[in-house]
Design a protein around this ligand. Structure first.
Ligand code: SF4
Ligand code: SF4
Length: 264
């Protein structure tokens, strides 16, 4: 049934393809404004962490300690980063203000995707019900492709293109100490880029092993966090063997410091 606004009722759970349309507009005039920024698990990608810490003007280590929970993925043993909610009654996102999201220009990937959930490359569903998310009753309509384009999601691909290849290649030692060392290496190379730079500046061995001889980045990527992240992801996605990764983890451990508030 179509109303005079051209609104077609939408159901949460219904799946649709990249070319099909859904209705959505989000704005401060809606009674639900900000409701979806509470009590929610927001997975941060490496590019999210990089952009957020630079936007906030803090180091990656401070960002992880202040704004992130670090968990371990069950299957890969890799650390995953979840945005911390405040410890208030509603578990409000740390970045929600009365005027909306205070990091809106660099809001995370998950926040950009909302109200969509991507099930696979060409299959989507709605993350919210219409009763919860009144924006789904608005007349503006999009295909998932149009929505992702509008939300700047295309920017993630060139930066994180190697990322999805890493979990299947990552070593899974039984020994808890070795596992923890590898997790710390991964955190440093992927999420804690300021610590990575610090370690590169203090170990020619580490720089050489990562293909960053001289303690710096290739000339075209100098002082460029995106360049460093892309480089590190490509290094890890090439599948270096476990002993070599442990050797690098040992160098980082000997330099000291730790990422964030520790891995849960
Ligand atoms: S619930 Fe929907 S319409 Fe309301 S603020 Fe969140 S995304 Fe926007
Ligand atoms: S980062 Fe911004 S958009 Fe995302 S949940 Fe927090 S306040 Fe909402």
């Amino acid at each position: 049934m179509t109303t005079e606004l051209g609104y077609i009722p939408q159901r949460r759970g219904k799946t649709f393809a990249a070319g099909e349309r859904f209705h959505f507009a989000c704005h401060p005039g809606l009674a639900c404004f900000g409701q979806c920024c509470r009590d929610i698990n927001i997975l941060l990608t490496p590019y999210d962490v990089l952009r957020l810490k630079n936007y906030l003007g803090i180091s990656s280590g401070d960002f992880l300690a202040q704004y992130a929970h670090i968990f371990t993925a069950r299957h890969s043993s890799l650390p995953v980063i979840i945005l911390k909610m405040r410890e208030d009654q509603d578990l409000t996102c740390s970045f929600l203000t009365e005027k909306g999201c205070r990091v809106y220009p660099v809001r995370p990937w998950s926040c950009r995707m909302a109200p969509l959930d991507q099930l696979d490359e060409d299959k989507f569903t709605l993350a919210f019900s219409e009763d919860f998310c009144l924006g789904l009753r608005e007349s503006a309509s999009w295909t998932p492709q149009q929505w992702m384009q509008d939300q700047g999601l295309a920017e993630y691909g060139p930066v994180e293109e190697s990322f999805s290849r890493i979990p299947s290649l990552w070593p899974r030692p039984d020994d808890a100490g070795r596992k923890a060392m590898l997790q710390d290496l991964f955190l440093t190379l992927v999420y804690d880029l300021d610590r990575c730079r610090y370690c590169l500046g203090r170990s020619k061995e580490l720089s050489a092993a990562l293909g960053l001889a001289g303690g710096g980045l290739p000339a075209e990527d100098e002082d460029d966090d995106v360049g460093l992240l892309r480089h590190n992801l490509a290094y890890l996605a090439a599948g270096p063997d476990g002993e070599e990764l442990l050797r690098l983890a040992g160098i980082i451990k000997s330099i000291g410091g730790s990422a964030g508030g520790g891995i849960a």
